[in-house]
Design a protein around this ligand. Sequence first.
Ligand code: AMP
Ligand code: MG
Length: 318
Amino acid sequence: MITTDITKAVQSLLNDEIIAVPTETVYGLAGNAYSESAIKKIFKLKNRPLYNPLIVHIKSTSFLPEVAREIPEIAFKLADTFWPGPLTLILKRQAHIPNLITAGQETVAVRVPNHPVISALLSQLDFPLAAPSANPFGSISPTSAAHVFNYFEDELGVILEGGVCERGIESTIIGFEDEQPVLYRHGSIAVEEIEQVVGKVVVNIHNDNKPSSPGMLSRHYAPMTQTYLTTDVLGLLESFGDKKVGLLLFQDKLVTDSDTLQVVLSEVGDLQEAAKKLYAALHYLDESHLDVIIAERFPNEGLGKTVNDRLERATKRK
Ligand code: AMP
Ligand code: MG
Protein backbone atom coordinates (compact mmCIF):
# COMPACT_ATOMS: atom_id res chain seq x y z
CA MET A 1 0.00 0.00 0.00
CA ILE A 2 1.01 3.64 -0.47
CA THR A 3 2.07 5.18 2.84
CA THR A 4 4.27 7.86 4.43
CA ASP A 5 5.10 5.62 7.40
CA ILE A 6 8.92 5.48 7.53
CA THR A 7 8.87 3.41 10.73
CA LYS A 8 6.88 0.70 8.96
CA ALA A 9 9.33 0.85 6.03
CA VAL A 10 12.30 0.41 8.39
CA GLN A 11 10.57 -2.55 10.04
CA SER A 12 9.93 -4.22 6.68
CA LEU A 13 13.58 -3.78 5.65
CA LEU A 14 14.78 -5.22 8.98
CA ASN A 15 12.57 -8.25 8.22
CA ASP A 16 14.30 -8.72 4.84
CA GLU A 17 11.21 -7.52 3.01
CA ILE A 18 11.45 -5.23 0.00
CA ILE A 19 9.66 -1.90 -0.31
CA ALA A 20 9.24 0.87 -2.88
CA VAL A 21 10.99 4.18 -2.17
CA PRO A 22 11.05 7.50 -3.97
CA THR A 23 14.35 8.93 -5.15
CA GLU A 24 15.00 12.04 -7.23
CA THR A 25 15.46 9.86 -10.34
CA VAL A 26 12.69 7.22 -10.33
CA TYR A 27 11.02 5.09 -7.65
CA GLY A 28 13.18 2.18 -6.50
CA LEU A 29 12.48 -1.33 -5.27
CA ALA A 30 14.69 -1.40 -2.20
CA GLY A 31 16.09 -4.10 0.08
CA ASN A 32 18.94 -4.54 2.56
CA ALA A 33 22.05 -4.67 0.37
CA TYR A 34 23.64 -7.14 2.79
CA SER A 35 20.70 -9.56 2.80
CA GLU A 36 20.79 -12.21 0.09
CA SER A 37 17.18 -13.12 0.72
CA ALA A 38 16.02 -9.49 0.28
CA ILE A 39 18.03 -9.14 -2.93
CA LYS A 40 16.58 -12.35 -4.33
CA LYS A 41 13.10 -10.94 -3.73
CA ILE A 42 13.99 -7.84 -5.77
CA PHE A 43 15.05 -9.90 -8.78
CA LYS A 44 12.00 -12.15 -8.46
CA LEU A 45 9.43 -9.36 -8.17
CA LYS A 46 10.93 -7.42 -11.09
CA ASN A 47 11.47 -10.56 -13.13
CA ARG A 48 14.95 -9.16 -13.67
CA PRO A 49 17.66 -11.41 -15.16
CA LEU A 50 20.40 -12.20 -12.66
CA TYR A 51 23.10 -10.84 -14.99
CA ASN A 52 21.74 -7.33 -14.51
CA PRO A 53 23.44 -5.80 -11.43
CA LEU A 54 21.84 -3.44 -8.88
CA ILE A 55 22.84 0.02 -7.67
CA VAL A 56 23.77 0.32 -3.97
CA HIS A 57 22.43 3.45 -2.25
CA ILE A 58 24.45 4.84 0.67
CA LYS A 59 23.77 7.63 3.20
CA SER A 60 26.72 9.81 2.36
CA THR A 61 30.13 9.81 0.70
CA SER A 62 31.76 8.85 4.00
CA PHE A 63 30.22 5.36 3.61
CA LEU A 64 31.80 4.85 0.19
CA PRO A 65 34.83 2.89 1.52
CA GLU A 66 32.36 0.48 3.16
CA VAL A 67 31.25 -0.76 -0.27
CA ALA A 68 34.14 0.14 -2.62
CA ARG A 69 37.94 0.01 -2.56
CA GLU A 70 40.86 1.56 -4.47
CA ILE A 71 38.67 4.56 -5.18
CA PRO A 72 40.34 6.89 -7.70
CA GLU A 73 40.80 10.53 -6.69
CA ILE A 74 38.68 11.56 -9.65
CA ALA A 75 35.77 9.50 -8.27
CA PHE A 76 35.89 11.51 -5.05
CA LYS A 77 35.93 14.67 -7.11
CA LEU A 78 32.76 13.58 -8.89
CA ALA A 79 31.15 12.49 -5.61
CA ASP A 80 31.98 15.85 -4.01
CA THR A 81 30.42 17.67 -6.94
CA PHE A 82 27.30 15.63 -7.63
CA TRP A 83 26.34 13.78 -4.40
CA PRO A 84 23.76 13.62 -3.13
CA GLY A 85 22.46 13.35 -6.65
CA PRO A 86 21.77 11.28 -9.76
CA LEU A 87 25.31 10.09 -10.47
CA THR A 88 26.20 6.40 -10.08
CA LEU A 89 29.86 5.43 -9.83
CA ILE A 90 31.17 2.00 -10.83
CA LEU A 91 34.04 1.10 -8.50
CA LYS A 92 35.96 -1.94 -7.32
CA ARG A 93 33.79 -3.75 -4.81
CA GLN A 94 34.45 -4.65 -1.22
CA ALA A 95 34.47 -8.43 -0.80
CA HIS A 96 31.37 -8.52 1.44
CA ILE A 97 29.10 -7.06 -1.26
CA PRO A 98 26.85 -9.99 -2.30
CA ASN A 99 27.53 -11.46 -5.73
CA LEU A 100 23.87 -11.13 -6.56
CA ILE A 101 24.15 -7.33 -6.42
CA THR A 102 27.15 -7.12 -8.74
CA ALA A 103 26.09 -9.99 -11.00
CA GLY A 104 29.36 -11.66 -10.04
CA GLN A 105 31.49 -8.75 -11.30
CA GLU A 106 34.43 -7.26 -9.44
CA THR A 107 32.78 -3.84 -9.55
CA VAL A 108 29.88 -2.34 -7.65
CA ALA A 109 27.56 0.52 -8.65
CA VAL A 110 26.99 3.08 -5.90
CA ARG A 111 25.40 6.46 -5.31
CA VAL A 112 24.05 8.83 -2.64
CA PRO A 113 20.44 9.64 -3.56
CA ASN A 114 18.93 13.09 -3.12
CA HIS A 115 15.38 12.77 -1.86
CA PRO A 116 14.21 13.51 1.70
CA VAL A 117 12.28 10.24 2.03
CA ILE A 118 15.10 7.85 1.09
CA SER A 119 17.56 10.00 3.08
CA ALA A 120 15.34 9.73 6.17
CA LEU A 121 15.14 5.98 5.61
CA LEU A 122 18.90 5.51 5.17
CA SER A 123 19.58 7.57 8.30
CA GLN A 124 17.69 4.97 10.34
CA LEU A 125 19.46 1.94 8.83
CA ASP A 126 22.90 0.51 9.44
CA PHE A 127 23.05 -1.07 5.98
CA PRO A 128 22.91 0.36 2.43
CA LEU A 129 19.91 -0.21 0.16
CA ALA A 130 20.14 -2.11 -3.09
CA ALA A 131 17.52 -0.62 -5.37
CA PRO A 132 16.75 -0.94 -9.07
CA SER A 133 13.79 0.90 -10.56
CA ALA A 134 10.40 -0.25 -9.23
CA ASN A 135 9.00 -1.62 -12.49
CA PRO A 136 8.83 -5.05 -14.09
CA PHE A 137 11.97 -5.68 -16.13
CA GLY A 138 11.93 -3.85 -19.48
CA SER A 139 8.85 -1.71 -18.81
CA ILE A 140 8.51 2.06 -18.33
CA SER A 141 10.16 3.32 -15.12
CA PRO A 142 7.90 4.70 -12.37
CA THR A 143 8.07 8.38 -11.41
CA SER A 144 5.16 8.41 -8.94
CA ALA A 145 3.86 6.13 -6.19
CA ALA A 146 0.76 5.47 -8.32
CA HIS A 147 2.94 4.10 -11.15
CA VAL A 148 4.50 1.63 -8.69
CA PHE A 149 1.10 0.65 -7.31
CA ASN A 150 -0.24 0.05 -10.82
CA TYR A 151 2.61 -2.37 -11.48
CA PHE A 152 2.73 -4.30 -8.21
CA GLU A 153 -0.53 -3.53 -6.35
CA ASP A 154 -0.64 -5.61 -3.19
CA GLU A 155 2.64 -7.45 -3.78
CA LEU A 156 4.36 -4.59 -1.92
CA GLY A 157 3.42 -4.01 1.73
CA VAL A 158 5.04 -0.57 1.68
CA ILE A 159 5.20 1.94 -1.15
CA LEU A 160 6.60 5.12 0.37
CA GLU A 161 4.92 8.25 -0.96
CA GLY A 162 7.41 10.88 -2.11
CA GLY A 163 5.59 12.85 -4.79
CA VAL A 164 6.62 13.08 -8.41
CA CYS A 165 10.36 12.42 -8.93
CA GLU A 166 12.23 15.70 -9.41
CA ARG A 167 14.60 14.38 -12.13
CA GLY A 168 12.31 11.69 -13.53
CA ILE A 169 15.01 9.77 -15.34
CA GLU A 170 17.67 7.29 -14.12
CA SER A 171 21.10 8.27 -12.83
CA THR A 172 24.08 8.85 -15.10
CA ILE A 173 26.55 5.97 -14.74
CA ILE A 174 30.31 6.62 -14.76
CA GLY A 175 33.04 4.02 -14.41
CA PHE A 176 36.82 4.26 -14.61
CA GLU A 177 39.22 2.60 -16.98
CA ASP A 178 42.88 3.28 -16.07
CA GLU A 179 41.45 6.00 -13.82
CA GLN A 180 39.87 7.72 -16.84
CA PRO A 181 36.12 8.42 -16.51
CA VAL A 182 33.91 6.42 -18.87
CA LEU A 183 30.18 6.96 -19.42
CA TYR A 184 28.20 3.69 -19.29
CA ARG A 185 24.68 5.14 -19.24
CA HIS A 186 23.25 8.53 -20.13
CA GLY A 187 21.16 9.84 -17.25
CA SER A 188 19.85 12.79 -15.27
CA ILE A 189 23.19 14.59 -15.32
CA ALA A 190 24.26 15.59 -18.80
CA VAL A 191 27.69 14.30 -19.83
CA GLU A 192 28.68 17.90 -20.59
CA GLU A 193 28.19 18.75 -16.89
CA ILE A 194 30.46 15.91 -15.89
CA GLU A 195 33.10 16.99 -18.41
CA GLN A 196 33.17 20.42 -16.77
CA VAL A 197 34.49 18.70 -13.64
CA VAL A 198 36.78 15.95 -14.99
CA GLY A 199 37.51 16.87 -18.59
CA LYS A 200 36.82 14.58 -21.54
CA VAL A 201 34.66 11.56 -20.79
CA VAL A 202 34.82 8.50 -23.05
CA VAL A 203 31.39 7.19 -24.02
CA ASN A 204 31.10 3.41 -23.83
CA ILE A 205 27.43 2.55 -24.14
CA HIS A 206 26.53 -0.91 -25.31
CA ASN A 207 23.43 -1.51 -27.30
CA ASP A 208 23.37 -5.23 -27.57
CA ASN A 209 21.78 -7.96 -25.50
CA LYS A 210 24.92 -9.55 -24.14
CA PRO A 211 25.20 -10.06 -20.41
CA SER A 212 28.53 -8.22 -20.57
CA SER A 213 26.54 -5.02 -20.95
CA PRO A 214 24.12 -5.33 -18.05
CA GLY A 215 21.16 -3.03 -17.94
CA MET A 216 21.83 -1.51 -21.29
CA LEU A 217 19.71 -3.99 -23.18
CA SER A 218 18.55 -2.47 -26.39
CA ARG A 219 14.85 -2.94 -25.66
CA HIS A 220 14.01 -1.36 -22.29
CA TYR A 221 11.80 1.37 -20.81
CA ALA A 222 9.18 0.17 -23.27
CA PRO A 223 5.43 0.85 -23.53
CA MET A 224 3.09 -2.01 -24.53
CA THR A 225 1.81 0.12 -27.42
CA GLN A 226 3.85 0.03 -30.64
CA THR A 227 6.10 3.11 -30.39
CA TYR A 228 8.19 4.90 -33.04
CA LEU A 229 10.91 7.55 -32.79
CA THR A 230 11.37 10.02 -35.62
CA THR A 231 12.44 13.52 -36.63
CA ASP A 232 9.50 13.64 -39.09
CA VAL A 233 6.44 13.23 -36.86
CA LEU A 234 3.98 14.64 -39.38
CA GLY A 235 5.19 12.40 -42.21
CA LEU A 236 4.97 9.28 -40.05
CA LEU A 237 1.57 10.32 -38.70
CA GLU A 238 0.20 10.62 -42.23
CA SER A 239 1.45 7.15 -43.08
CA PHE A 240 -0.74 5.65 -40.34
CA GLY A 241 -3.99 6.79 -41.99
CA ASP A 242 -7.01 5.94 -39.80
CA LYS A 243 -5.06 4.42 -36.94
CA LYS A 244 -5.42 5.93 -33.45
CA VAL A 245 -2.10 7.66 -32.94
CA GLY A 246 -0.70 9.50 -29.89
CA LEU A 247 2.18 11.96 -30.20
CA LEU A 248 4.97 12.60 -27.71
CA LEU A 249 6.48 15.96 -28.57
CA PHE A 250 9.29 18.08 -27.14
CA GLN A 251 8.12 21.67 -27.42
CA ASP A 252 5.46 22.37 -30.03
CA LYS A 253 2.10 20.88 -30.81
CA LEU A 254 1.59 19.76 -34.36
CA VAL A 255 -0.97 21.51 -36.51
CA THR A 256 -3.18 18.75 -37.84
CA ASP A 257 -6.86 18.56 -38.65
CA SER A 258 -7.23 15.23 -36.87
CA ASP A 259 -8.02 14.83 -33.19
CA THR A 260 -4.70 13.08 -32.55
CA LEU A 261 -3.75 12.95 -28.86
CA GLN A 262 -0.69 15.15 -28.35
CA VAL A 263 1.54 15.40 -25.27
CA VAL A 264 4.08 18.23 -25.18
CA LEU A 265 6.89 17.72 -22.67
CA SER A 266 8.08 21.31 -22.32
CA GLU A 267 6.36 24.27 -23.94
CA VAL A 268 9.36 26.46 -23.13
CA GLY A 269 11.82 23.95 -24.61
CA ASP A 270 13.48 23.11 -21.29
CA LEU A 271 15.24 19.71 -21.52
CA GLN A 272 15.22 19.25 -17.75
CA GLU A 273 11.45 19.72 -17.62
CA ALA A 274 10.99 17.36 -20.57
CA ALA A 275 13.17 14.67 -18.94
CA LYS A 276 11.19 14.97 -15.72
CA LYS A 277 7.88 14.42 -17.52
CA LEU A 278 9.02 11.78 -20.03
CA TYR A 279 8.03 8.56 -18.23
CA ALA A 280 4.72 9.92 -16.91
CA ALA A 281 3.87 10.89 -20.49
CA LEU A 282 4.76 7.40 -21.75
CA HIS A 283 2.64 5.80 -19.00
CA TYR A 284 -0.25 8.10 -19.93
CA LEU A 285 -0.02 7.45 -23.68
CA ASP A 286 0.33 3.72 -23.08
CA GLU A 287 -2.94 3.73 -21.10
CA SER A 288 -4.80 5.74 -23.75
CA HIS A 289 -5.89 2.77 -25.93
CA LEU A 290 -3.90 3.88 -28.96
CA ASP A 291 -2.76 1.80 -31.91
CA VAL A 292 0.53 3.66 -32.19
CA ILE A 293 2.68 6.16 -30.27
CA ILE A 294 4.99 8.44 -32.25
CA ALA A 295 7.78 10.14 -30.28
CA GLU A 296 9.72 13.08 -31.60
CA ARG A 297 13.52 12.80 -31.56
CA PHE A 298 15.10 15.35 -29.22
CA PRO A 299 18.00 17.70 -29.98
CA ASN A 300 21.16 15.66 -29.47
CA GLU A 301 22.70 17.77 -26.70
CA GLY A 302 22.70 17.79 -22.91
CA LEU A 303 19.74 15.88 -21.47
CA GLY A 304 18.39 15.53 -25.01
CA LYS A 305 20.92 12.68 -25.42
CA THR A 306 19.46 10.94 -22.37
CA VAL A 307 15.88 11.34 -23.59
CA ASN A 308 16.85 10.03 -27.04
CA ASP A 309 18.62 7.05 -25.45
CA ARG A 310 15.46 6.10 -23.50
CA LEU A 311 13.21 6.66 -26.52
CA GLU A 312 15.47 4.53 -28.71
CA ARG A 313 15.23 1.68 -26.22
CA ALA A 314 11.48 2.21 -25.82
CA THR A 315 11.00 1.87 -29.57
CA LYS A 316 13.22 -1.13 -30.30
CA ARG A 317 11.35 -4.09 -31.78
CA LYS A 318 11.28 -7.20 -29.64
P1 AMP B 1 18.37 0.36 -12.64
O1 AMP B 1 18.54 0.55 -11.18
O2 AMP B 1 17.15 -0.43 -13.01
O3 AMP B 1 18.48 1.65 -13.36
O4 AMP B 1 19.59 -0.53 -13.12
C1 AMP B 1 20.87 -0.34 -12.59
C2 AMP B 1 21.87 -0.35 -13.69
O5 AMP B 1 23.16 -0.04 -13.15
C3 AMP B 1 22.10 -1.68 -14.31
O6 AMP B 1 21.13 -1.97 -15.24
C4 AMP B 1 23.49 -1.52 -14.94
O7 AMP B 1 23.41 -0.87 -16.19
C5 AMP B 1 24.16 -0.58 -13.98
N1 AMP B 1 25.14 -1.28 -13.16
C6 AMP B 1 24.98 -1.73 -11.91
N2 AMP B 1 26.09 -2.32 -11.45
C7 AMP B 1 27.00 -2.26 -12.45
C8 AMP B 1 28.35 -2.70 -12.60
N3 AMP B 1 29.00 -3.32 -11.62
N4 AMP B 1 28.95 -2.46 -13.78
C9 AMP B 1 28.30 -1.82 -14.78
N5 AMP B 1 27.03 -1.38 -14.70
C10 AMP B 1 26.39 -1.59 -13.56
MG1 MG C 1 15.50 0.03 -14.42
